[in-house]
Design a binder for this molecule. Structure first.
Ligand code: AHM
Ligand code: MG
Length: 290
């Protein structure tokens, strides 16, 4: 898949180059930063560091008018209005998704979305989204209007390993976040059905769990909880990009009622229940939830 838009190409090239450095820079940055992010969560040193690295580089790209991140309260105005200026976009980033996995040395990722609108924006305005997965090897999954591709990353270069990536028809894995006693009854009933059909895979980093869903087919969900009906994951930085990727790969995304991409955001750091996976599983989830 070629990345046709030059701004998207520059964003993807910058993140590709930075991924190797981010991976290497995690060493020695596994501690906490004594700061909270705008969602009230303790930041890791690596969260703050990766955000600053990406902000500096992405904000410098011609055609990037705004930079927004899970790790900073406000959008950076990079000199260009995505609403009114042609070929000017907003980039939203979760610099280190699943950074609580640093402590136990499990997988993590970097998520990005390129919106043709000012942040906060509807997912329907995305023109590209992707993620880097820091697994045993570093890979990138990139979705644009033309489809989804997977790359292996090495020394700042990316080499395509799969074009036109689509969800397998027969689902195999599931992973649901949150504690079971905190799940609403209707979601728990759905989860009980699914656990009889699919195999549990949950690792505490959405990117790694969704990558398994893209590889094997299935469903990932972080539902609204009794204690937190809005769920944990953030719409701009996590829900929308991952919804865009899974929908482009032939699957569906949902907040329990409708596509994540259709949600109208109120605030930059809005949270939402997130469910992505094979269309039949998401259809069934929406049927089961009140
Ligand atoms: P983060 O972006 O601050 O790391 O938080 C998001 C992560 C997701 O990657 C993951 O799905 C979820 O939080 C895991 O939460 P939990 O620890 O409740 O299982
Ligand atoms: Mg995250």
């Amino acid at each position: 898949m070629t990345v046709s838009d030059p701004v998207v190409e520059a964003v993807v090239a910058t993140i590709s180059r930075s991924a190797t450095e981010i991976r290497q820079g995690l060493i020695g940055r596994r501690g906490t930063a004594d700061e909270e992010n705008p969602s009230g969560e303790t930041q890791a040193e690596a969260d703050v560091w990766a955000d600053e690295l990406l902000a500096d580089r992405l904000a410098d790209i011609d055609g990037v008018g705004e930079y927004g991140s899970e790790e900073r309260a406000d959008v950076i105005d990079c000199g260009g209005d995505p609403e009114t200026e042609p070929d000017t976009y907003a980039v939203a980033v979760d610099p280190l998704d699943g950074s609580s996995n640093l402590k136990s040395n499990n997988a993590m990722g970097t998520i990005f979305g390129v919106y043709d609108a000012a942040l906060p924006a509807r997912g329907e305005t995305l023109i590209a989204a992707g993620y880097v997965l820091y697994g045993p090897i570093t890979t990138m999954v990139l979705a644009t209007e033309t489809g989804v591709s997977e790359y292996e990353m090495s020394g700042g270069e990316r080499r395509v390993v799969e074009r036109d990536l689509t969800l397998p028809d027969d689902p195999v894995v599931y992973g649901f976040g949150g504690r079971v006693p905190d799940w609403p009854d209707d979601f728990e009933a759905y989860a009980r059905e699914i656990e009889r059909e699919l195999k549990l895979r949950y690792g505490g980093a959405m990117i790694a769990d969704v990558n398994q869903v893209l590889t094997y087919g299935g469903i990932f969900g972080y539902p609204g909880l009794a204690s937190r009906p809005e769920g944990k994951l953030r719409l701009q930085f996590e829900g929308n990009p991952i919804g865009y990727i899974v929908e482009r790969a032939g699957g569906r995304s949902s907040d329990g009622k409708e596509s994540l991409l259709a949600l109208e955001p109120d605030e930059l750091h809005d949270r939402t229940p997130v469910h992505v996976g094979n269309a039949e599983l998401i259809d069934r989830l929406e049927d089961r939830l009140d």
